[in-house]
Write a protein that binds this ligand. Structure first.
Ligand code: ADP
Ligand code: TRP
Length: 332
């Protein structure tokens, strides 16, 4: 039986941080061995909020470098850039006729963006979920690894697909959000205020591109307190977050030793952060260096972008043929 199709995209709008890495990219890496995977750089989506394209090339190259350095393998998954597949834009056009102004205006992410950029409420922003639906449906993907904030977009993609199928015939399978259940990792920012994110204060977010000393500095500044008032009491979330990070990057014995200290009420957060900082540096350094070297290897990047684009396009062309046929947009 053919493997199920998985698809996800990331906008080239900033540096990848630990939240993206452990919350998203590590899942992609695992999925590429189990499913038929498509992962792409959503450059068209970035135009809805970042119309200045002077740094786009550099941002796309860096994101590709970071994804490949994190373990995405172009022999296991199709890795491509959205704008290299014009069939996505074509499907977006058709789906726009099936998307209603009212539902687009009610989308939570749209309302957020209207608040954030009142001077640039463009039609692309309004139809962002339609383009995202086209990204997914063009490959007839059924599993889409995304965070909670994207679930509404997925629901809209299913609605557009259902409307299409109802009107023109069954062509598009319905896509659902996907995660590995309990292993979905959420990383909080280092001051304990919400999740680590691109738009947060940079000093409480650790990026894959951070230099060793900057990583140390950020971790040493991470929020802690004077320790559990009662040994073994539940951990505040900013402390839990440090343990989560330690479990992700430190040797298992190290993490369990500090956990023991916590349970016994003998935890010294200064020591724990020093240890975590060193283990984090050891973890990130090879990824950062590999990402940099890929980003600078323009010949390799060209090869990746062209090869991925070709594969993605070949598949997209097949879907567009079915779509046009179903819509009776074929005249010869
Ligand atoms: P950001 O919130 O930094 O702008 P994106 O929205 O571009 O990041 O997210 C890209 C992917 O990374 C999504 O799948 C999202 O769920 C995941 N992600 C982002 N931040 C975190 C976090 N702090 N913890 C876990 N996953 C995250
Ligand atoms: N909207 C997604 C985000 O902000 C990025 C994205 C664009 C995407 N197209 C997609 C994610 C298709 C999954 C599938 O994170």
């Amino acid at each position: 039986m053919a493997k199920e199709i998985v698809l996800s995209g990331i906008r080239p709008t900033g540096f990848l941080h630990l939240g993206n890495y452990f919350g998203a990219v590590q899942n992609y890496v695992r999925m590429q061995y189990e499913y038929d995977c498509y992962f792409f750089v959503a450059d068209l989506h970035s135009l809805t909020t970042h119309p200045d394209t002077k740094s786009l090339r550099q941002n796309v190259h860096r994101l590709l470098g970071e994804l490949l350095a994190s373990g995405l393998d172009p022999d296991q998954a199709v890795i491509y850039v959205q704008s290299d597949v014009p069939e996505i834009a074509e499907l977006y056009l058709y789906l726009n006729m099936l998307a209603y102004k009212g539902e687009l205006e009610k989308t939570v992410t749209f309302k957020d963006k209207v608040r954030q950029q009142p001077q640039n409420i463009n039609a692309g922003l309004l139809t962002y979920p339609v383009l995202q639906a086209a990204d997914i449906l063009i490959h007839r993907a059924v599993k889409v690894p995304v965070g909670k904030d994207q679930e509404q977009h997925l629901e809209m993609a299913r609605n557009f697909a259902e409307r299409f199928n109802h009107r023109y015939g069954e062509v598009l399978p319905l896509p659902y959000p996907f995660n590995y259940g309990a292993s979905l990792t959420k990383i909080l920012s280092l001051d304990g205020n919400g999740k680590m994110s691109k738009s947060e204060n940079q000093m409480v977010t650790i990026y894959l591109a951070d230099e060793d000393d900057l990583i140390r500095k950020k971790i040493m500044k991470a929020k802690t307190d004077s320790g559990p008032a009662v040994p073994g009491m539940p951990k505040p979330d900013y402390i839990e977050n440090l343990f989560t990070l330690m479990q992700l990057v430190s040797p298992a014995e190290t993490a369990s030793a500090y956990l023991q200290d916590y349970e016994n009420g003998a935890i010294r957060y200064g020591d724990m952060k020093k240890q975590l900082a060193e283990d984090m540096v050891a973890y990130i350094k090879p990824i950062r260096e590999k990402a940099k070297s890929i980003e600078n290897d323009k010949e390799y990047l060209t090869y990746i972008i062209e090869k991925g684009g070709e594969k993605a396009r070949a598949n997209a062309v097949e879907t567009i043929k079915l779509v046009r046929k179903a819509m009776h947009l074929d005249y010869v």
